[in-house]
Design a protein around this ligand. Structure first.
Ligand SMILES: Nc1ncnc2c1ncn2[C@@H]1O[C@H](COP(=O)(O)OP(=O)(O)O)[C@@H](O)[C@H]1O
Ligand SMILES: [Mg+2]
Length: 307
């Protein structure tokens, strides 16, 4: 059981007591009713805290299991003692926590993911601004419900069949600018009406539950105006100097396991030399062998001479 799960189950119990489960939720409630991410619910289900009372392509209905009810009861008794517990952390607050900054983009994507009907989002902008990371995080949270495509690899036979078969709720497309025109055309119809023409026998997706597309692209020029107009295009701007320092420090400490001082050192020495987080990662990886200064001059020699 993960930290916070008990609180989630208590929250669900509160929901169940606030409604008439027998009458209004005979096929169970879904993630939308309790506002908890599907992946979290499916984990609770696997752990035996939820009963899955109904399942179709478009609806998964749950109820608290007896095991969960027992746990909730035990905690309610405890709760009366220490009622001043920390505010409940919604799992949606977990999403994107490894991404530093970009707060408005996070908010936009969360709103999109919770929305009933699709709004497609395209993240665009120069490299190393966490565009791919956003897609990754969504895939992590939504698991099976998300399908990941990379533009340059789409044309592979059977790929659209996979989309038709799995009926994902979310399509994640990275490097969209590299997608070929045929696949782009297929995507066009898919985004409009949930109809998938590239799959065998023109299989149709569940139109009542059309999918959402979240895409990333360095460039927009290669995308046709029709396709562009189907997306809300969200531009990520290059980091300012202070944002770059914060992002690099965070990434080096959390992902590259550097100590805080070392991360800070690399970040400030790169200040004015590079605005690319990937440069910082490369420096961090070579620094143990040759030192920070040398790593920077080896990797970014010409840029430094140009100054
Ligand atoms: N704001 C950020 N928060 C966390 N990591 C970041 C951020 N910006 C860049 N990175 C890191 O920089 C690298 C490149 O990010 P990526 O998502 O692949 O960029 P893009 O797809 O925009 O080119 C990754 O290692 C990522 O972890
Ligand atoms: Mg990328």
């Amino acid at each position: 059981m993960k930290e916070g799960d008990t609180e989630l189950l208590m929250e669900i119990a509160r929901f169940e007591t606030s409604v008439d489960v027998e009458k209004d939720y005979r096929i169970g409630w879904s993630w939308r009713h309790v506002r908890i991410w599907p992946a979290t619910l499916s984990r609770l289900f696997k752990d035996g805290y939820l009963d899955n009372v109904f399942r179709s392509n478009s609806y998964t209905g749950y109820r608290l299991s007896e095991k969960a009810k027992a746990l909730v009861l035990a905690n309610q008794e405890k709760d009366t003692d220490d009622s001043q517990t920390a505010p409940l952390l919604k799992p949606s607050d977990d999403l994107f926590t490894d991404i530093i900054g970009h707060e408005d983009v996070k908010e936009l994507l969360k709103a999109t993911l919770l929305a009933e009907k699709p709004v497609h989002i395209m993240l665009t902008g120069p490299p190393a601004l966490a565009k791919t990371l956003f897609l990754w995080d969504i895939e992590q949270t939504f698991g099976e419900q998300a399908i990941w495509l990379v533009g340059s690899a789409t044309s592979k036979a059977g790929l659209w069949d996979l989309v038709a078969e799995r009926e994902p709720k979310i399509l994640l497309i990275d490097e969209m600018d590299k997608m070929n025109t045929v696949d782009m055309a297929a995507l066009l119809t898919l985004m409009e009406g949930g109809r998938l023409v590239r799959a065998k026998r023109g299989r149709e997706l569940d139109i009542n539950n059309p999918l959402k597309v979240v895409a990333a692209s360095n460039r927009l020029e290669r995308l046709s105006p029709e396709l562009r107009s189907r997306f809300a295009i969200r531009r990520l701007n290059p980091y300012s100097r202070s944002e770059f320092l914060t992002v690099v420090r965070g990434v080096l400490v959390r992902k590259e396991n550097l100590v805080e001082e070392m991360a800070q050192d690399i970040a400030s020495r790169l200040d004015g030399i590079s605005q690319d987080v990937r440069d910082a990662i490369r420096v961090a990886r070579l620094a143990p062998q040759v030192g920070v200064d040398k790593a920077i001059s080896l990797l970014l020699g010409s840029e430094m001479n140009e100054r």
